[in-house]
Design a protein around this ligand. Structure first.
Ligand code: VGL
Length: 203
């Protein structure tokens, strides 16, 4: 089997949404379009993957241990849980990343399932050569994942209304989107992707 498309949603977790430890402005507004995408992918038989930041409390990714970020998405805490309105179906493959205290875990390609399977292995086994990617945050984990996917030869569509940026510096999200586009990613709204997707094929 080849020419298969899959949906990959990055880090739609409480800590990246308003009220969380590392909030992305309007991060919760991506939930509704991404839920529509999930519904469509599942009902047309296409796989859905979701990554999550899943750090140990002593992660070097955190400012208090020498890193860049406030403490967020510590494994098994409410902040690390997926947003409560995010409708992940039972068959979703969840990839946890940043598990090691030395790992930033920006890219979902660094993640693994509970059984230790890597994303690239699962994609290869299922003949998936095109990822539609949305989630949080545009300028970090979405960008790192998109760049990894492109460098592995996969086609990538970034869901423009399904992403939001941290924007530590104003415009970071927009610049990240331009970088992804220059590297070969297509940028499309969820509705455009859904209307172009019939029986597992895209145009
Ligand atoms: C992320 C900053 C720090 C992300 C994770 O999910 O994009 N951003 N850790």
């Amino acid at each position: 089997m080849s020419n298969q498309m899959a949906l990959l949603i990055i880090d739609l977790q409480n800590d990246f949404c308003p009220g969380g430890a590392l909030p992305v402005a309007h991060g919760d507004q991506v939930v509704e379009p991404l839920n529509r995408a999930i519904h469509h992918f599942i009902t047309t038989g296409m796989p859905v993957f979701a990554s999550r930041d899943w750090h140990p409390p002593d992660s070097r990714h955190f400012q208090e241990h020498g890193g860049q970020w406030p403490v967020h998405c510590v494994r098994d805490t409410p902040g690390a849980a997926f947003h409560p309105d995010f409708n992940l179906p039972a068959q979703t493959v969840v990839l946890s990343k940043g598990l090691d205290s030395h790992a930033d875990g920006y890219s979902a390609f660094e993640g693994q399932t509970e059984d230790g399977a890597l994303l690239v292995t699962l994609l290869t086994q299922a003949g998936i050569d095109h990822l539609c990617i949305g989630g949080l945050a545009t300028d970090y984990c979405v960008k790192a994942t998109v760049m990894d996917a492109l460098s592995r030869g996969l086609s990538v569509t970034v869901l423009a209304d399904g992403i939001a940026g941290v924007n530590i510096h104003p415009g970071d999200g927009q610049r990240a989107l331009e970088e992804m586009s220059k590297a070969g990613a297509r940028i499309r709204d969820v509705d455009t992707v859904l209307s172009n997707t019939i029986n597992q094929q895209t145009t």
